[in-house]
Design a protein around this ligand. Structure first.
Ligand code: CAA
Length: 257
């Protein structure tokens, strides 16, 4: 399927989505939101696809929500349309996905990257929540996800001053999983996505659910949830196969069952 603002390709079991509004540094307008909702839903529904990489351009992952589109919109417009609601569908994606970030990831761009299961950053990446400079605040989860990722001190400083965080600081602060040279970003992201795609698919979903539960619940409830998932996976054919493959010193062949 073709999208107005995205380029989508598949590499075996890995879907690659590139944000494609170069004239606006991939600013996230309503069409991008609509296209992302559709593309992520298509990925989640396609049993041949097991991991996804979302990326932007060399200069910008995305420079934020589209300021020119939002400029004339009032409270009633935003609230009435629930303007950013589509992103809740993106975060509801069950299968794993990685954000590969080079250049600017600002405002909604930083927020979109933080919706990923994890971020791999190029050494050129710059993260920021500069909405305060526009007289507003993050609107796609930045004040919450950034705080959970880097802690209150840095999140508060970034939201109040609008300063950018470079890739090295983002890695040491825990915002990104890994920093790589810009030229190798996509290859590295696709390689890791392929490795995830090679895992048992139900186990991948369960691992993602369990880690995400840590952000929504208490420790004891989270551990209980994890244990239930563990026990449940013991009734899958892929668990039987995975443990047999280990004993027989061979690679598992997964059925997703
Ligand atoms: N919305 C709309 N257009 C944008 C944009 C955005 N967020 N960011 C960049 N653009 C456009 C510019 O207007 C410019 O278009 P024209 O050539 O038509 O003027 C084009 O992209 C190139 O941008 P610049 O000329 O500004 O490029 P630069 O290299 O000089 O600067 C930048 C790059 C520092 C990223 C600068 O573009 C910038 O500050 N962008 C805005 C960043 C921002 O404030 N993001 C937050 C948006 S609000 C938000 O995201 C709300 C939310 O939480 C959901």
């Amino acid at each position: 399927m073709a999208y107005e603002t995205l380029l989508v390709e598949t590499h075996g079991a890995v879907t690659l989505i590139r944000l494609n509004r170069p004239q606006a540094l991939n600013a996230l307008n309503s069409q991008v939101q609509k296209d992302l909702v559709a593309a992520f839903a298509a990925y989640d529904a396609d049993s041949t696809q097991r991991c996804l990489v979302l990326t932007g351009s060399e200069k910008a992952f995305a420079a934020g929500a589209d300021i020119k589109e939002m400029q004339p919109l009032s409270f009633a417009d935003m609230y009435g349309q629930n303007f950013f609601a589509g992103y809740e569908q993106v975060t509801a994606t069950r299968k794993p996905w990685i954000a590969a970030v080079a250049g600017f990831a600002l405002g909604g761009g930083c927020e979109l990257a933080m919706m990923a299961d994890y971020i791999i950053a190029a050494d050129t990446a710059k993260f920021g929540q500069p909405e305060v400079k526009l007289g507003v605040l993050p609107g796609m989860g930045g004040s919450q996800r950034l705080t959970r990722a880097v802690g209150k001190a840095k999140a508060m400083q970034m939201c109040l001053t609008g300063r950018f965080m470079d890739a090295a600081e983002a890695e040491s602060a825990g915002l990104v999983a890994q920093v790589v040279p810009a030229a190798g970003l996509l290859d590295e992201a696709l390689k890791q996505a392929q490795a995830i795609a090679d895992m048992a698919p139900l186990a991948a979903i369960a691992n993602k659910e369990a880690v995400n539960a840590a952000f929504e619940t208490t420790l004891s409830t989270g551990v209980h949830f994890e244990r239930r998932l563990f026990n449940a996976l013991c009734s899958t054919a892929d668990k039987v196969e995975g443990m047999a493959a280990f004993s027989e010193k061979r690679k598992g062949v997964w059925r997703g069952a």
